[in-house]
Design a protein around this ligand. Structure first.
Ligand code: PEP
Length: 251
């Protein structure tokens, strides 16, 4: 069975004090749940956030990116090994903002996935179509391509460790959300791709998250869908009360 997950992607927000305050507030009000809760703060705070979460077995810490190189003369880069060494558990790979602003494409993203797995970090691999691609009805092809090229070289053992996040680009940070039906259609499509490639048992064990302006006001319908295992949350993860509410709703 796939895990229920609520993951907060803070992006480039919060100074150190604000970051630690946010984590304390969420942990203080954390519902008694088996839902996996993930904080993805900026790199700088990973170690401290991981320390704060160490006693909560269902709370994990993720980086927002990692280098596709192992180590060496790559000024400004952060490797998967470094991330693992400060006790983070996971890493977001292929967020649409990385694809759009930093030109990351599947070839590099598949290497990032490999590096994450090499150092025992669970990848949260993001996919999603732009508004133009949806209008042109290309969204299924785009998503198939994003998944096949970056993930389908993995063997079964490694594939089982991957979490997939469907994030329609037109819904990220825009206030626009996919309707529960639109989101479910894509999630079911992703589950089918996984089934065709790895079989039903593995496909059912992989968590597929929805992301894109998901907040307490619209999460109920999304989380009620059969193939939506949880959310990758941007804006609403920056407000402790909203993030806790989303955890409650997914519990
Ligand atoms: C995200 O960045 O992953 C995201 C879903 O952002 P928001 O919730 O703000 O749309």
């Amino acid at each position: 069975m796939s895990e229920k997950i609520i993951a907060g992607n803070w992006k480039m927000n919060k100074n150190r004090n604000e970051a630690l305050d946010l984590v304390s507030s969420v942990l203080q009000d954390l519902p008694d749940t088996s839902t996996k809760v993930i904080f993805a703060p900026p790199y700088l705070y990973l170690e401290e956030v991981a320390r704060m979460c160490a006693d909560f077995s269902n709370v994990k810490v993720a980086a927002q990116n990692c280098s596709h190189f192992d180590k060496g003369a790559y000024t400004g880069e952060i490797s998967a090994q470094m991330i693992a060494s400060v006790n983070a558990d996971m890493v977001i790979i292929g967020h649409s903002e990385r694809r759009e602003y930093f030109g990351e494409e599947e070839l590099i993203l598949s290497e990032k996935v490999n590096k994450a797995l090499k150092y025992n970090l669970q990848p949260i691999y993001c996919v999603g179509e732009s508004l133009d691609q949806r209008k042109a009805e290309e969204h299924f092809d785009i998503i198939e391509n994003q998944i096949a090229k970056a993930l389908f070289h993995l063997d079964e053992e490694n594939m089982k460790k991957v979490v997939i996040a469907y994030e329609p680009v037109w819904a990220i940070g825009t206030g626009e959300t996919a309707t529960p039906e639109q989101a479910q259609k894509i999630h079911a499509f992703i589950r089918k791709l996984l089934t065709d490639q790895y079989g039903e048992e593995i496909a059912k064990s992989i968590s597929i998250l929805y992301g894109g302006s998901c907040k307490p006001a619209n999460a109920q319908g999304l989380f009620a869908q059969q193939d939506i295992d949880g959310g990758l949350i941007g804006g609403a993860s920056l407000v402790a009360e909203d993030f806790v509410k989303l955890i409650e709703m997914r519990s």
